[in-house]
Each structure stands twice: as structure tokens, then as C-alpha cells.
Design a protein around this ligand. Structure first.
Ligand code: ADP
Length: 197
């Protein structure tokens, strides 16, 4: 019996690749029983990276708020680092840094398949802001980065990995990086045991 289960998209970012963490990161996904069904190393163009991340106001504000809440907590002035307090403008600035960062070096694009893969992969990856990501997660184990440090240095959070956050985005993101024939269907030897097929 062969089952095609939920698929999700992961991008290992240049900070992780350059730190030699590719294997460690991939193995954390594999060990849960999730299956790698597509994988390639690439250096995205800045334009590709800009297209990959959303540009809707909601997303820009969500990203900006990941800084603004910390700035508020620490009594820091966002105008100093961003030149504005407008969340949409701040979101655009961060998106620009992010696109430049992805285009600055090697990334690994991966499609991962398995039961509840979207949710499970997000859990393995951990919270966006590494200083608050739980130990045991990729971001929590391999980074301490935080917005006030990243933003003063005019760069995105170095949090090692991107992972799709919903079924709709997973489908979009897989299509964005992979052709249908680059996704390989095969059976892992432990699938019968993992899933009780
Ligand atoms: P996630 O990657 O956890 O889904 P988002 O989609 O909100 O998080 O943000 C996309 C990426 O943008 C993050 O992984 C991170 O690298 C970067 N980022 C998000 N918010 C900020 C911020 N406030 N300052 C710097 N970089 C940020």
C-alpha cells in the first residue's frame, strides 16, 4: 500500500548551510518518520526571494510586530533602526533584508511528506525569534538571535530555516521551487511500522 500524505516546504537558509548544519537539520526531520521527497541546493536571486515571501499588508505587519513588541518591551525606539514607526514600512524593510540574505548564499529547498507534516515541521523548527524558541527545536538549539540585535545590524533574524505555515502556503511554496517531476515518490523501509500499514 502506498500513501501520499501531506507535503510541506522547507528552505534551509544560508546561515545554516554556511555553519555546516544542513545534515543535522535534515536528519531531525527524517528521524520523526517524515520523508524527504525533493531536495536541491541553490542560490536564489533577490527577485525570487522577494516573490517567495508574501507582500500582503497582514504579513508585513506580522513581521514588523515581531520587532515592535520587543522594542516596546526593551524601551527602544524603532525609528532609530527603521527610520519609521509604520508597521507596513517596517515589514517592507525587513522583507528587503530577508531577500538580500537569501540571495547572499547557498540555500537548500526541500519537500517533506508525511502525516501532519506542516504542523510537525513547524514544531521541529521552533519560534521565529530564536532567543525564545524552545530547546530541542532547530532555532532554539542553534541560535540566540533576537530582533533588536538583528535590526540594529540591518539584517533579518538568522533563524536557520523557513517552513510553510499552512496547507495553502505549502502548496504554493512547493510549486514555486519545484517542478512536478522533481518530486520523487518512493517508500521508506520503516513506513509500515511507523504508520501501521
Ligand atoms: P517564520 O519564518 O517563523 O514563519 P515569518 O514568516 O513571520 O516567520 O517571517 C519570515 C522571516 O523573516 C523569519 O523567518 C525571519 O528570518 C524574518 N523576520 C521576521 N520578523 C523579523 C523581524 N522583526 N526582524 C528581522 N527579521 C525578521
Amino acid at each position: 500500500m502506498y500513501l501520499i500524505m501531506e507535503r510541506t516546504f522547507v528552505l534551509i537558509k544560508p546561515d545554516a548551510v554556511k555553519r555546516g548544519l544542513m545534515g543535522e537539520i535534515i536528519s531531525r526531520f527524517e528521524k520523526t518518520g517524515l520523508k524527504i521527497v525533493a531536495l536541491k541546493m541553490l542560490v536564489p536571486t533577490k527577485e525570487q526571494a522577494m516573490q517567495f515571501y508574501p507582500s500582503d499588508t497582514d504579513w508585513l505587519v506580522t513581521v514588523a510586530n515581531k520587532s515592535l513588541s520587543v522594542y516596546k518591551q526593551l524601551g527602544l525606539d524603532p525609528k532609530k533602526d527603521f527610520g519609521t514607526e509604520d508597521p507596513v514600512e517596517i515589514g517592507k524593510i525587513i522583507k528587503g533584508w530577508l531577500a538580500e540574505f537569501l540571495a547572499s548564499g547557498p540555500c537548500v529547498a526541500i519537500v517533506i511528506e508525511g502525516n501532519r507534516s506542516i504542523e510537525v515541521v513547524r514544531k521541529i523548527v521552533g519560534a521565529t525569534r530564536p532567543y525564545e524558541a524552545s530547546p530541542g527545536t532547530i532555532r532554539g538549539d542553534f541560535s540566540t538571535d533576537s530582533p533588536e540585535l538583528a535590526n540594529i545590524l540591518k539584517r533579518p533574524l538568522r533563524n536557520l530555516v523557513h517552513a510553510s505555515d499552512s496547507k495553502e502556503n505549502a502548496e504554493k511554496e512547493i510549486k514555486f521551487w519545484f517542478k512536478d517531476n522533481e518530486i520523487i515518490e518512493y517508500k521508506r523501509s520503516d513506513e509500515n511500522i511507523i504508520y501501521g500499514l
